[in-house]
Write a protein that binds this ligand. Structure first.
Ligand SMILES: Cc1cc2nc3c(=O)[nH]c(=O)nc-3n(C[C@H](O)[C@H](O)[C@H](O)COP(=O)(O)OP(=O)(O)OC[C@H]3O[C@@H](n4cnc5c(N)ncnc54)[C@H](O)[C@@H]3O)c2cc1C
Length: 684
């Protein structure tokens, strides 16, 4: 037998035999292999100092809730072969991961088999029928774990429960709940959510699908009047969904009452597309191929009057239109409310994907060496390079602060009251955009930090780039969401001015006091003080809000409309929305940090917070542009970043261990990557 043998098993056996023979053979006195210069993997746990704090304590803070439930679901996924790909065993470890080598049809069917398994294990029990904050948080925790496994699986489930299910629950009334909630929870029907059209995405108000009321038959006639009105990107539509929510312009007696949501069946129980419904596939995508996104045309299909989701507005049998909300803008906003839960969920999912990427990249950087800086010295660990620390450790700080922000958002959402709708909309928009954008930056940096190994699909990080890119577009395009944040802040400012009342809510109370004063000469201890950090972030937000209002007023004074004035002021608007979000994230984390007793965990939280602030200053031109910091002080901040990175370096392993991601959900690169690639393992 030799290595040219065509059989892989024979080749493996030959390789092992050669290896064993070489090991048994006496080494000649003059052997150039003495002492052995081969690398061996040394786990970071054996080289790093013991953790200064209990990673379990930090996990509790970062995960925030439902830790045993999460661990239960991780185990349930690990137990099933459905969650392993063909090459899931690498060396002595087994990893769970979808098989991205499958074609899109294979990936889609695998998604459905996994859903069926999770359904059998009771994962979705109560997702639509149990109310209360605890039940909602549990559901969000479970979906976090599912997204850590596979984005497609999470999205397919998210569309069914959070878009279709939430629309039935929150836009519908008892008759819709009775008919569809339990059937949805049990997966007896499969729902999708058809809002977007080829011609209109972010601008939902412009959609062209029409629902015309026929008072004689007491039905709505739903029609796609032109090609640009075809429903597009609808998750679940191409292969599996039996029902859809369809957003249409409601026409009654020749009058357009605006966008409303209807329920329509699109397939029968056997999966056959119903008459006068036409469905096409959106095709292969750069990621998320386990979701069957489709296009739908409705050819004058009829649905009963009762299929209008009528919590907000109704059509009486005789064709009279009634609504409890008179203002069409507010009515339209109410129809978009099912999107909020999806947005909260996407923001939090993105944080977990950053955690997986960082856990892999940091663990690799603690076992991978490159170059020695002195003759005969061992090669250096990647994470001992200050430049590598600068690349990874600020991302670690950001993900920890963003975890707190995600928990805050979830808690606010699950305890919502009607009065909180505006704040929830603003926070969820700001955080969805900021956290998903940051996730893409983090993934890219982690991919590069792993060198060529980062490109192997089995190492996860590389494939995350294409799998999670879509997060910045769906459920609200990030740029459009950030515009809404600055517009809302503008309205808050005008409202407070008009009513001559202090600011209340959204953390804007700081605007009621006098402007914070930033010392001319900064020092390391000032830079690290939470008071200075909050003062600086509040000062920036305050100034930018004032500038935004002034700039818009100038355009208005020149005769522009309000919409155009806001549009023309986009530069300061973008800076303002960012300032608002970064101040919010800092403030939320500070509140979490304050609840932690003194000790080493609190000290590490302080390092993370300071690094977050310093890096935000270092990476943003706005502090210099608007004169909030001098050139000298900005240079000082840069030095502080480096110091903070070196102080955080000894805690890096403990921080990523606190992310609570089981080993099987990381990748071979996070562990013995030499064994994983050995000829004898057959992983090649
Ligand atoms: C994989 C995938 C799954 C999806 N699933 C669903 C689903 O299940 N159901 C559903 O209904 N939809 C779904 N969507 C659609 C998604 O919600 C839309 O793609 C999204 O709303 C953006 O719309 P658009 O693609 O038409 O982009 P557009 O809205 O046309 O935006 C294009 C660009 O223009 C910019 N832009 C838009 N408006 C403005 C403005 N006022 N000022 C400045 N810039 C602006 C945006 O920032 C963006 O960069 C999905 C999309 C994808 C890719």
């Amino acid at each position: 037998m030799d290595l040219t043998s065509p059989s892989p098993a024979a080749r493996r056996a030959a390789a092992i035999a050669r290896h064993l023979a070489a090991a048994a053979a006496p080494i000649p006195a003059s052997s150039p292999l003495e002492p052995s210069c081969c690398l061996s993997y040394v786990p970071p746990e054996s080289t790093e100092r013991p953790a200064a704090f209990a990673p379990a304590d930090l996990r509790l803070l970062l995960d925030g809730h439902d830790l045993p439930t999460r661990d239960w679901l991780f185990r349930a996924m690990e137990e099933s072969p459905l969650f392993r790909s063909r090459s899931s065993r690498t060396g002595s470890r087994v990893f769970v991961a979808p098989d991205f080598n499958d074609g899109k049809e294979g990936q889609r069917e695998a998604t459905m088999r996994r859903i069926a398994y999770l359904n059998r294990r009771g994962v979705f029990r109560g997702w639509l029928t149990e109310d209360g904050a605890a039940a909602e948080l549990r559901k969000l925790a479970l979906l976090d774990c599912i997204a850590i496994y596979d984005h497609s699986l999470a999205i397919k489930i998210g569309v069914h429960f959070f878009l279709w299910g939430s629309a039935i629950k929150f836009l519908g009334t008892k008759r819709h709940h009775d008919k569809w909630l339990v059937a949805t929870e049990n997966y007896d029907i499969k729902g999708c959510f058809a809002m977007t059209e080829l011609g209109h995405g972010s601008n939902v108000r412009g959609i062209e699908t029409i629902a015309t009321y026929d008072s004689e038959t007491r039905e709505f006639i739903i029609n796609t009047p032109c090609e640009s009105a075809q429903k597009y990107w609808i998750g679940g539509a191409a292969n599996h969904a039996t029902h859809t929510i369809v957003f249409c312009q409601l026409h009654i007696n020749g009058r357009n009452e605006g966008v409303h949501a209807f329920v329509a069946q699109i397939r029968d129980e056997d999966g056959t597309v119903l008459p006068n419904i036409h469905i096409a596939d959106c095709g292969h995508k750069i990621g998320l191929n386990g979701v069957d996104n489709g296009r739908i045309w409705f050819q004058n299909i009829r649905v009963p009057r009762e299929n209008l989701l009528n919590l907000v507005a109704d059509v009486l049998p005789d064709g009279r239109y009634v609504s409890m909300i008179d203002n069409p803008d507010q009515r339209f906003a109410a129809f978009l409310s099912p999107l909020t839960l999806g947005r909260v969920n996407i923001a939090v999912n993105s944080v977990y994907i950053s955690k997986v990427s960082l856990a892999i990249a940091v663990r690799y950087s603690l076992s991978r060496r490159a170059f020695s800086i002195a003759p005969d010295a061992p090669e250096m660990l990647l994470l001992d390079y200050p430049s590598h620390q600068r690349r990874l450790l600020p991302l670690l700080a950001k993900v920890c602060l963003m975890s707190s922000a995600g928990n805050f958002m979830k808690n606010m959402y699950v305890k919502r009251t009607p009065e909180m709708s505006k704040d929830i909309h603003i926070y969820s928009s700001a955080l969805k955009a900021t956290l998903t954008w940051q996730n893409m930056i983090t993934i890219q940096e982690c991919r590069e930090a792993c060198g060529g190994q980062g490109l192997k699909t089995e190492n996860r990080i590389g494939i995350f780039k294409s799998e999670f890119d879509v997060q910045s577009t769906f459920e609200g395009d990030n740029n459009v969401l950030m515009q809404q944040v600055s517009k809302a802040l503008y309205a808050e400012f005008l409202g407070a001015q008009k009513k001559q009342q202090p600011f209340k809510g959204l953390g804007l109370e700081h605007l009621n006091g006098s402007s914070p004063v930033i010392p001319d000469k900064l020092t390391s201890s000032i830079l690290r003080s939470s008071k200075f950090q909050m003062d600086l972030f509040c000062l920036r937000e305050r100034d930018l809000l004032k500038q935004f209002v002034e700039e818009v007023s100038l355009h208005l004074a020149q005769g522009e409309s309000r919409e155009k004035a806001l549009m023309l002021s986009y530069q300061v608007a973008e800076d303002l929305a960012r300032a608002f979000t970064e101040r919010t994230i800092l403030q939320i984390f500070l509140e979490d940090e304050m609840n932690v007793p003194s000790g080493s965990l609190k000290e590490v939280l302080g390092l993370l917070r300071s690094l977050y602030v310093m890096v935000n200053i270092d990476e943003s031109t706005s502090f210099l542009r608007y004169g909030h910091l001098s050139r000298d002080n900005v240079a000082l901040v840069r030095k502080e970043v480096q110091k903070l990175c070196s102080e955080l370096r000894p805690h890096a392993l403990a921080v990523v261990s606190s992310f609570g991601i089981p080993d099987a959900f990381l990748s071979p690169l996070a562990f013995d990557w030499i064994e994983a690639n050995a000829l004898s393992t057959g992983s090649h």
